[in-house]
Structures are given as C-alpha cells and as structure tokens.
Write a protein that binds this ligand. Sequence first.
Ligand code: CP
Length: 348
Amino acid sequence: MATLTELTDQLTSDPASWEGSPLISVSQISTSGLQLLFQTAQSMRSLVRSQGGDERLKRRVLASVFYEASTRTSCSFQAAMMRLGGTFIHVDGGKGGNTSASKKGESLEDTIKCLECYTDATVLRHPTTGSVQKVALGGGTVKPVINAGDGVGEHPTQALLDFFTIWDELGISLDVSGGEDVGEGKHEGPLVVVLLGDLKHGRTVHSLAKLLARSSLKHELVLRYCSPKALEMPEHVKDYVKDFPNAKQELYTDMIDAVKGAHVLYVTRVQRERFENPDDYNAVKGAYVVDKSLMDVAPSKMIVMHPLPRVDEISTEVDSDDRACYFRQMENGMFVRMAILALILGAP
Ligand code: CP
C-alpha cells in the first residue's frame, strides 16, 4: 500500500487518477485535480438545479461511518449519494448512540473491513488524528476510504468545498499549465484570507491553509491567523505553508486589524470538546464575535465563511448581510461531495 507522501499530487485532471483512490489529505490534490473537481462540482450544481440528480451511481452503496457528531458532512455525503442514484448505510459510532460492534471491542480496521464487504466506498470520521489514514493506507482495506475528519488532523472534503466557495464567489484564477481556468477570473491582486478563532483545534482551517498554500494561484496568497494566544495555528501547519513561496503568513490578535483589506473572513468555533479543562475553554470561548459592528468596518466585498456549526462566534444579525456566505458554502458541500463520489467511484 502507498504512503501518504507517495500520494502527493496524485489526484490530477485525469479522472482515472481519482477512480478507486482514498482521499485522506489535501496534499493528494494537484492544481489540475482541483480544476477537474471544481468543474465537476459546477456541473453537479447545474444537474441538481435542473433535474435534481441522475442515476450514475445506481446500485452503488456508501458506508457512512461517524465516530464523532456530524450534521453537514454526514448528511451531505448521504444526499450526494442519493442524488446520483446510489444509496448508503450509516453507522453511528459516537459516544451517545454507539450502535456499532466497536462497543464490543472490535477494532476500527475490522469494522471498516466488514463494511466494505457490503459497500463500494467508506466515508469515515474519527476522533483520533491519523486514524483514517491508518485504516485507508494500512493495507487492510481494499475499497476507497474518504476522510471526513480525523480528530484535530485534517478535514479534506471541507477544505475542498471551502476553496470551491472562495473560487466561485470571488472568481479566483488557478494557474494550471496547459489548461484553461474555468473560473470567472475576476479577482485581481493578492488573495487575503483571515482565519479566525480556534486555529489550534480546527481541522478545517488546518486543511484549508494547506490546500490554499499548495495550490498554484495566479494571485499572491496572504494567510492571516487571528486567534487568542492559547489557540494559535499549530507550528506543523505553519511549517507546511512555509514551503510554498507564494504564501505569506501573518499573525493577528485584533480582528478589526485582521480584516483590513481582506477578501475572506473564515470564522471557526472554539471547540469545547477538545479541551480537557473546562476553565481553559471558559477563558477563550467568547474571544471573537463577528457582528454588525465588525461588518460595518469590514471591506464591502469581503465574504464571511464558517464551516458550521456555529455557537455564538457569528451573530445571527450578520446572516442577512450579502457578504455572509456560510449557507451557500454549506450547500456547495453537497455539490463538491457529489463530484468527489462520482470521480472516486469512476462515474464523473
Ligand atoms: N463542517 C462540518 O464538518 O460540519 P459537521 O460537523 O456538521 O459535519
């Protein structure tokens, strides 16, 4: 079985490179692969809007296995499968409703090995960082495994839908040699992205920072990390980004300073479930709240994103602002996951 390093840039504009592949990390996706994915997601959006879906994944079955709570990732994958004529089985391995045989001591590898006897691919979320990679690349499984979030590690399909949303909303141009960018390409100058909140525990911001940095853009990339000291972006993410000369990293603690000249404000929830000591959570939980007063001083074209769920870090009064695009972002999740499933299951 290949290692993750061997899979770097493995997913390209050739649909054959996706077929049967696991999706563990954003490091697997080349810029031409992104272009194919974005084009496919756009056509999925048109398909859903015009006729609801089609039958290209008829008689294909997805295992949806979640050992941590989820609304968007689990439901959008399930809806994606059904919109393309397929179906799914769901295993809830979470603490509250664990109905899987892991309760009897079965290993994660054995559970997934069992499920793939019935299905064509697995979407897996697990609280242990690295666990999805271990299952997907450890040699025990033969069908593709898609990482739906591994602890504080990665959430690659979220990063893909996030980048699709940025590309789609702002008209970002990808630099694909020999290929024509499919975006409107209306964005000019650098792309300034503020990542705000719990950058320590937020796997979505880890994956998004890496994906934006590693992709060839026709724009300089400025990543502004704005967080309380205790929740700073981990060094391993900053070190990863450092290797890409087109990406600049800046640290902020004041969100009004951070949004000056920004094109994207990506807000994250302080993740209570990742704190061992409730006092540590209480000390940082209300550190940032995006409200009307911030939006009044923010750039007029800056989009506001959030992977959701939110707690109180974005006031609901912001929802009606045209710049708030987190619900559009969430809908894009289904289109991007339809594209991922179609490509991995060989029916783009
Ligand atoms: N954004 C995200 O991963 O949401 P869920 O936890 O609801 O899947």
